[in-house]
Design a protein. Structure first.
Length: 132
């Protein structure tokens, strides 16, 4: 993963570039989950592979929480609480192993609230934006 480049950009106060790198890592994690077809079939037919996939995913989400904490701190706080772990310092390189097998995960909760149509229009008029 590209943690070292993320740290470099953030240290240079290149926030847009730092956020882009964090989002790139998020897309890589999503691709990993899609490629491994994390579903009930994987759990039933390949429990060891399923456990490894979940372990890698939880560690990846934990990394994303650290990377995104400068941009969406409340969301990162919620992720850390749900993972039941303290904030991770952004490492130069990422490896699976910060969250180990047997770790007790906290209670799940939504990270974002649904934006109602009324709020969408209110926010567009308040903050700008165009209709598509």
């Amino acid at each position: 993963m590209r943690n070292k480049e993320y740290v470099k950009q953030m240290d240079r106060l290149k926030l847009k570039e730092g956020l882009k790198l964090a989002m790139d890592i998020s897309m890589q994690l999503n691709s990993f989950l899609q490629e491994n077809k994390l579903d009930n079939s994987l759990f039933s037919n390949f429990p060891d592979r399923c456990a490894a996939t979940i372990g890698a995913a939880v560690n990846g989400i934990y990394l994303l929480s650290a990377l995104l904490s400068s941009f969406i701190p409340a969301t990162s706080d919620s992720i850390d609480k749900q993972i039941n772990a303290p904030r991770l310092a952004v490492p130069d390189s990422w490896r699976v192993g910060d969250i180990l097998p047997g770790h007790a995960i906290g209670k799940p909760a939504y990270l974002f609230k649904r934006i109602d149509e009324g709020e969408e229009e209110e926010w567009k008029s308040k903050f700008g934006g165009s209709s598509r």
